[in-house]
Design a binder for this molecule. Structure first.
Ligand SMILES: C[S@@+](CC[C@H](N)C(=O)[O-])C[C@H]1O[C@@H](n2cnc3c(N)ncnc32)[C@H](O)[C@@H]1O
Ligand code: SF4
Length: 484
């Protein structure tokens, strides 16, 4: 059965007024962050996820969204402070016998990660929440850039990293600076922050260090600094090459600026650049999308992420959709999706995950780690961490986050204990969307459903994995639902 999950997790706490008058308001977490009302209130994981990515479609409706940065399972909840997490984890022993004692909660969180069972941490996500402008469709945790706050914030990030280094063995293979807009920081701040990572971490095993950039905040000097500090991959938020659509999206850049930024990054020596694009935008035609894809291909980025617009709650776009000003049409979105696959694959990009396409050898190491269910640490406000069977999320308020960290307190806002079943469900949902597919071992009790999907030519089997066929990609959620 196909179920429209997209709206199932919506909440009714949308306050339209401040959103409508976007330019008059100073964004605050209530409207643009994670709309949790109290620390102890269970969190709908998907509704709260800032890093939601796209969409799989079927002919009935948009039926799924994917989290690019963090995995999810079905309608799970995070439990806030005061949950019985510590009780449930009594059996664990301390991993480093409390090398730092400042904060009981942080320590109990980290002490629960038994040294004997927790492997080396290989992946780090860092959230930089500042944006020069707030886009009307965006529900990621972010805030308007306030230059008087950024220096303190950068210090807090490094202090958070110190805490993580004291609690975990870390030797990263991938680091991902996302946001918000990491490049909204000034060049000296970027140098302070990234230099601090270089000083604190053993980077000898680092394969990929990505920084998200907005075309409005890329300069030759900043690009050169990033490259010099060891960043080897940039994810550039172009979204569209169409001027009208860029305006509709409230972007701070225009098309020539985006192209210039791309060339600046190339000139600085970046040989691995991702371009973020969005489709299914209000009024966007398939022809406009084709032109955007062709223009992108002409620049030859190594990686392209193509996301279907999601109308996220607490955004101006959501309000406009609720009012009937914008409409989402699943059939048209399906056409966009099929057009994307066809054009990008013809141009030599491998469709290695539902929203992601890369030249051979350029798939994102960091994102692949999420999709494979690897452990990762999140640093910064709103960032999630998953280590073993524990998951936690930092406060989604950068001032509160910095206050906590700089005063030696835990920045954790909520946490949950994962079960084997939750992990398995996540693993299936996420790996199904990748070209590797789901290891057959995870699906031994789903043989009837698998048989059906193979009969319907939605799934195929290869090398001990089940993967979506081209036809199946457009129905991935229905398939996932039957398999988890
Ligand atoms: C957090 S943004 C970071 C990049 C940078 N802040 C920028 O906007 O250029 C990551 C990407 O998420 C995508 N995105 C943001 N909101 C979205 C939404 N509501 N639906 C689909 N994709 C979205 C955009 O493609 C964006 O580039
Ligand atoms: S610049 Fe990026 S993170 Fe900031 S509001 Fe726009 S889409 Fe969201």
């Amino acid at each position: 059965m196909v179920r429209c999950e997209k709206f199932a997790s919506r909440r009714g706490n949308f306050n339209s007024d401040p959103v409508v008058r976007r330019n008059e308001r100073r964004p605050c977490p209530r409207y643009i962050g994670l709309p949790r009302r109290s620390k102890n209130e269970p969190i709908d994981h998907r509704a709260y996820d800032g890093r939601i990515r796209f969409v799989i479609l079927d002919r009935i409706g948009i039926v799924d969204r994917i989290n690019n940065r963090r995995s999810w399972s079905q309608m799970r909840t995070l439990t806030g402070r005061g949950s019985d997490g510590a009780e449930k984890n009594k059996g664990y022993i301390s991993h480093r016998q409390c090398t730092f004692q400042r904060d009981d909660e942080l320590m109990s969180e980290r002490a629960n990660n038994n040294c004997a069972t927790v492997a080396m941490i290989r992946h780090i996500y860092v959230h930089i929440p500042f944006c020069a402008r707030i886009c009307p469709y965006c529900a990621f945790y972010k805030d308007l850039l306030d230059r008087s706050e950024t220096a303190r914030f950068c210090e807090a990030i490094l202090r958070d990293l110190d805490q993580q280094c004291a609690a975990f063995a870390i030797m990263p293979r991938s680091i991902y600076f996302g946001g918000g807009t990491p490049t909204a920081l000034s060049t000296p701040q970027v140098e302070f922050l990234l230099g601090g990572f270089g000083q604190r971490l053993d980077l000898s095993a680092l394969e990929e260090w990505t920084v998200e950039a907005n075309p409005g905040s890329v300069s030759a000097r900043k690009a050169a600094s990033l490259r010099k500090l060891g960043v080897n991959r940039i994810s550039l938020g172009v979204q569209s090459w169409d001027e009208d659509l860029l305006k509709l999206l409230g972007r701070e850049h225009n098309a020539p600026q985006a192209e210039k930024s791309f060339q600046i990054l190339r000139g600085a020596g970046f040989s691995n650049i991702n371009v973020d694009l969005m489709f299914g935008l209000p009024g966007q035609t398939i022809e406009q999308w084709r032109v955007t894809l062709q223009k992108t291909i002409a620049l030859q980025p190594e990686h392209i992420s193509a996301y279907c617009l999601t109308y996220e709650e607490d955004t101006e776009f959501f309000l406009r959709q609720s009012r009937g000003e914008f409409r989402q049409d699943a059939d048209i979105d399906a056409e966009f999706f099929e057009t994307t696959m066809s054009i990008l694959e013809d141009a030599g990009y491998e469709h290695y995950e539902i929203s992601n396409y890369a030249h051979p050898g350029f798939s994102s190491r960091h994102n692949r780690a999420y999709w494979s269910g690897d452990d990762y640490l999140g640093i910064g406000p709103s960032a999630f961490s998953t280590v073993g069977m524990r998951r936690w999320q930092n406060l989604a308020d950068y001032r509160a986050y910095a206050d906590q960290v700089l005063s030696g307190q835990s920045p954790i806002g909520s946490r949950e204990n994962l079960t084997k079943e939750m992990k398995r469900a996540e693993r299936i949902s996420l790996s199904l969307r990748t070209c590797e597919g789901v290891p057959a071992g995870l699906l031994t009790d789903r043989s009837k459903a698998i048989e059906e999907f193979i009969g319907l030519e939605l799934l195929r089997q290869s090398n001990g994995h089940f993967m979506l066929t081209q036809k199946g990609k457009s129905l991935a959620d229905s398939v996932a639902e039957a398999l988890v």
